[in-house]
Design a protein around this ligand. Structure first.
Ligand code: GRF
Length: 201
């Protein structure tokens, strides 16, 4: 399975996926291209250091549909089967989602449907939850919304602040994304409404 990574920032989730592939924790999967909408994204530098193909399509000031059309064309040119959003700070257009039906994953640093949107870890901490976590889900037209592949829980400690909580969530994200990609690449599942359901063999 050829995956395309979309990122806008430091790219630690992307780096964790790449490390999993190199260490054979994730097999049958290769990163076909790393795409960013931000030229300065740290994740792009990591991709270059790893010798992976990269592409930049600056989104600022462009119409969403036009920008997305460039990204879709790039993903197709690299024969991408599965798109993995890894800190990609853009809503995808309906056209993008239709171009890769049930073939786009996202990771979000909360136990959805709690705390969608920005600064989810801080939202959870400020709310006073006792259990936080992360979610890998398929992407649909709504923000942080599609069918959930898996979640990992992270207890909130008495000693935590929003920053320390976010760090521990991030460590779980790095495990969760590899696990979720392996599940999707394995193909032994179906999506029933909102539910990701493993098929019995
Ligand atoms: C992660 O917290 C991810 O859950 C969210 O954006 C952040 C990206 O971090 N969608 P990184 O760029 O992968 O380090």
């Amino acid at each position: 399975m050829r995956i395309g990574i979309l990122l806008s920032g430091r790219g630690s989730n992307f780096a964790a996926i790449a490390a999993s592939i190199r260490a054979s924790r994730l097999t049958g999967v290769e990163i076909a291209v790393v795409v960013s909408n931000v030229a300065e994204a740290g994740g792009l530098q990591t991709a270059l250091e790893l010798g992976l193909p990269t592409a930049v399509f600056v989104s600022k000031g462009r119409k969403r549909a036009e920008h997305d059309a460039d990204v879709i064309a790039c993903l197709r040119a690299h024969q991408v089967d599965l798109v993995c959003l890894a800190g990609y700070m853009r809503l995808l257009s309906p056209h993008f989602i239709a171009a890769f039906p049930n073939r786009i994953l996202n990771i979000h640093p909360s136990l959805l449907p709690s705390f969608p949107g920005l600064a989810a870890q801080e939202q959870a901490f400020d709310y006073g939850v006792k259990v936080a976590g992360c979610t890998v889900h398929f992407v649909d037209e709504h923000l942080d919304h599609g069918a959930i592949v898996l979640q990992r829980a992270v207890p909130v400690l008495e000693t935590d602040d929003a920053h320390s909580l976010a760090e521990r969530i991030l460590a779980e994200e790095h495990l969760a994304y590899t696990e979720a990609i392996a599940l999707v690449a394995g193909g032994n599942y179906e999506i029933q409404g909102r539910r990701y359901v493993k098929r019995s063999r």
